[in-house]
Ligand binder design. Structure first.
Ligand code: CP
Length: 311
């Protein structure tokens, strides 16, 4: 893969290969580069996990990391995304990790002959979040060793969630069964084809994986935010302490974070034994190393010894 923008074109073999490489990195594997490689992380929406873990992944692979701050960049003078990315490529960056509010922003950046700087998508509007999705499937695989027939409940702000879209597509492709819960209005048409909508009380008893989503207040209208009640949401759609009692013993709790404590999930459950929330974050570094390695290999930037290990 010369660029890594979506999970839609990944086969089951691709996904398993990324998980295995991520596990190898977790066990201390390193790579060698053919020459100095420069990465730049361009985040036009806020981020803690994706930004810092991509940077950690780049540094662990031996890449040089250029600094970039959207707030102080010439984007603020009106420079377009296209010209900004072209500029950093001209300066010598090899890889750009980009998060941008516009869905499919990367379409304009990728040239048919891949002469563009390598693009890794750190999240595009309500489109895709490939690195989050892959760290999620790695975490599920570590737990269960397979995907076939696993029931995954995805709950909450579906409409605005690129995590939900990426996960429902990839998990279904891998053989898992997906079901949804949360406010009816957020269960939009694109979700219907992937799984049913159920009450939280029904869903909680059936799932192997309970995947909660953050309520994305920054994407809600002022009117919706004004009428939003944290307590009412938690009672109706949240993983409360009482509902957590009904989870199967082997079920795990996931959340891409940041977490609205006591809204999507009771605060005391965030670090409970069934929670894998912080394991997801750790796995994010290794998954992103594996994604970067895929792009480095496709662009012949890995030394032969390392390239030979990739399936
Ligand atoms: N899960 C996730 O994408 O977190 P950040 O927004 O902090 O990167």
């Amino acid at each position: 893969k010369q660029n890594f923008t979506t999970i839609e074109d990944l086969t089951e073999t691709d996904v398993l290969s990324i998980i295995h490489r991520a596990q190898a990195f977790k066990n201390g594997e390193t790579v060698e580069l053919r020459r100095p490689v420069y990465a730049i992380n361009m985040f036009f929406e806020n981020s803690t996990r994706t930004h810092t873990s991509f940077e950690m992944a780049e540094r662990r692979l031996g890449l040089q990391v250029l600094s970039f701050e959207a707030q102080t960049s010439s984007i603020k003078k009106g420079e377009s995304l296209y010209d900004t990315v072209k500029t950093v490529q001209s300066i010598g960056a090899d890889i750009a990790v980009i998060r941008h509010p516009q869905a499919n922003y990367y379409d304009q950046l990728i040239q048919p002959d891949n002469s563009n700087i390598a693009i890794l998508n750190g999240g595009d509007g309500a489109g895709q979040h490939p690195s989050q999705c892959l760290l999620d499937v790695m975490t599920i695989f570590e737990e269960f060793g397979h995907f076939d027939g696993l029931k995954v409940g995805i709950v909450g702000d579906l409409e605005h969630s690129r995590v939900a879209r990426s996960n429902m597509m990839l998990l279904t492709k891998l053989g898992a069964k997906v079901a949804f819960s949360g406010p009816d209005a957020w269960y939009t048409k694109d979700f219907e084809a992937y799984g049913p909508h159920m009450s939280m009380d029904e869903l909680v008893q059936e799932v192997d994986v309970m995947m909660l989503l953050r309520v994305q207040h920054e994407r809600l209208t002022n009117e919706s935010n004004e009428s939003f009640s944290k307590e009412a949401y938690h009672e109706k759609y949240g993983l409360t302490m009482a509902r957590a009692e009904k989870l199967q013993n082997h079920a795990i709790i996931m959340h891409p974070a940041p977490v609205n404590r006591d809204v999507e999930i009771a605060s005391d459950l965030v670090e409970c034994p069934q929670s894998r929330i912080f394991q997801q974050m750790s796995n994010g570094v290794y998954t992103r190393m594996a994604m970067l390695e895929t792009v480095l290999a496709a662009r012949h930037l890995l030394a032969p010894r390392a390239t030979a290990t990739i399936t």
